[in-house]
Design a protein around this ligand. Structure first.
Ligand SMILES: [Zn+2]
Length: 457
């Protein structure tokens, strides 16, 4: 509940600002004061709040499933802990007045019908599976808050025009499996790949109550969602360092991986003079430095990493003749990534020429950036501000199910601070007040999106 200094009058003025209609620009919106619509600016909607204490209590309960000695959880997809946590979660859905079902992909999903049958659903949710040795907030916050938002609306008998669907995606950490089955990006061949729990995806989906024979039924069409919104912990340290309440996610950065190979001349470490070597590892070390320098040399938030390196033959008394490395580059702009890799290729040639080695760089994996819908970003920002919360627009460096959902309709994400920017570790922590704030921003965002439909979609 930090920085809530807005007076009641100011709050009213903020919430009276109209929400962008389809096709209207952000600038147009800021000039649209006075075009007040019904929900979510009505007095009763202004008073609606999630029960933050309940979300925080549920987070503590969920932490018991897969609890590890370090204070975090190892609740990897398809493990016994995952299954037990999912069973508990379905109880939370039911307590909220929702009727959860497990779709063929293994996602847990519930739907509340809206008052206008012709409208597409608004989908909210996240995941509860974790990485091995993970924390208690990644995914859990967004899942429990989404259920709480539905519960708050049901308890207040606040019917939406759109159907509202609440989802807990399965196996987010293992590659957005449940959400990619829904978006149609999942290949059947992936069923044989093995998850961290040791089960294949085929075995895992069956284990959690899905049906691999019916995966096609889960797939939805592009344009089938009115909107998808996911609340998540930032997993980086920007909001915490700047002491800001809410992150308005600009998009999820593209993730590009290349494999680099350096070829030199394998030779005797004792008999080969220093000036007649073609040391592939020495050239590779210059390459690692250069990748860092290239990424730092451009304005912006792009990141580039060499995270894996192997020298061959890998013996203490042999000059390495060959080295393999990974290159990982991420940014919201595919053009920036292209610029970086082109510079890396050019400079690798220079290093190679000077050291008598050759560099080969080949693409491995390319995941394009997913941009959040600018209108939803604006709605999230205004929702936060109407609650007296400070905001920052920022990219997500981590991948999320929202990427898959963005294939089906306009997508938005809400971040809350991660203390110290720590995530995927037992020390992962978000403050109870920030979790409550996130739940309330999600609630207001859903109400505003429901109204947005009224603007003539
Ligand atoms: Zn997550």
């Amino acid at each position: 509940m930090r920085r809530r200094q807005f007076s009641r009058t100011m709050l009213g003025a903020l919430s009276a600002v109209a929400i962008p209609a389809m096709g209207s620009s952000t600038e147009a919106v800021s000039n649209a004061r006075g075009r007040r619509r019904a929900a979510p600016t009505s007095e009763s909607d202004d008073a609606l709040r999630v029960d933050g204490a309940r979300i925080n209590a549920q987070l503590a309960q969920l932490a018991a499933f897969g609890k590890n000695p370090e204070g975090g959880v190892s609740r990897t997809a398809y493990s016994d802990a995952d299954l037990a946590g999912r069973t508990w979660l379905q109880g939370v859905f039911r307590d909220a007045g929702l009727t959860p079902r497990i779709d063929a992909a293994g996602n847990i999903i519930a739907r509340v019908e809206g008052s206008e049958a012709s409208l597409k659903p608004i989908l909210i949710g996240s995941h509860i599976d974790s990485v091995p040795g993970g924390g208690n907030f990644d995914g859990d916050v967004g899942t429990l808050a989404a259920i709480e938002v539905a519960r708050t609306l049901l308890a207040a008998k606040r019917a939406l025009r759109h159907p509202l669907e609440v989802v807990c995606w399965q196996n987010e950490e293992g590659g957005l499996v449940g959400s990619r089955i829904m978006s149609g990006e999942f290949a059947a061949s992936e069923l044989e790949s093995r998850a961290n729990s040791g089960k294949t995806l085929r075995e895992g989906i069956t284990f959690i109550g899905g049906d691999v024979a019916l995966l096609a039924e889960v797939k939805r069409e592009a344009g089938s969602l009115a909107a998808y919104v996911e609340l998540h912990i930032e997993q980086g340290g920007t909001l915490d360092a700047k002491k800001l309440d809410i992150g308005v996610v600009e998009g999820i950065v593209g993730h590009y991986e290349w494999a680099a190979e350096v070829k030199g001349m394998q030779n005797h470490a004792g008999t080969t003079a220093m000036n007649s070597r073609h040391d592939a590892l020495l050239a590779a070390s210059k390459f690692v430095q250069m990748v860092n320098r290239v990424a730092l040399g451009l304005p912006g938030r792009q990141v580039a990493t060499v995270g894996r390196i192997q020298a061959f033959p890998g013996a203490a008394n042999v000059i390495p003749g060959r080295v393999t490395m990974s290159i990982d580059i991420r940014d919201l702009s595919a053009a920036v990534v292209r610029t970086i890799i082109e510079r890396i290729e050019k400079e690798a040639k220079v290093i190679g020429d000077a050291s008598g080695t050759t560099f080969t760089i080949t693409p491995v994996n390319h995941h394009l950036p997913s941009m959040a819908d600018p209108r939803i970003r604006e709605i999230v920002r205004r929702s936060a501000q109407s609650l007296g919360l400070s905001t920052l627009t920022l990219p997500s460096g981590a991948g999320h199910d929202a990427q898959s959902a963005s294939m089906l309709g306009p997508m938005g994400m809400i971040f809350i601070p991660s203390v110290g920017g720590i995530s995927h570790a037992p020390q992962e922590f978000s403050k109870p007040a920030d979790i409550t704030n996130g739940g309330n921003v999600l609630l207001r965002t859903v109400l505003a999106l429901d109204d947005w439909g009224a603007a003539g979609r």
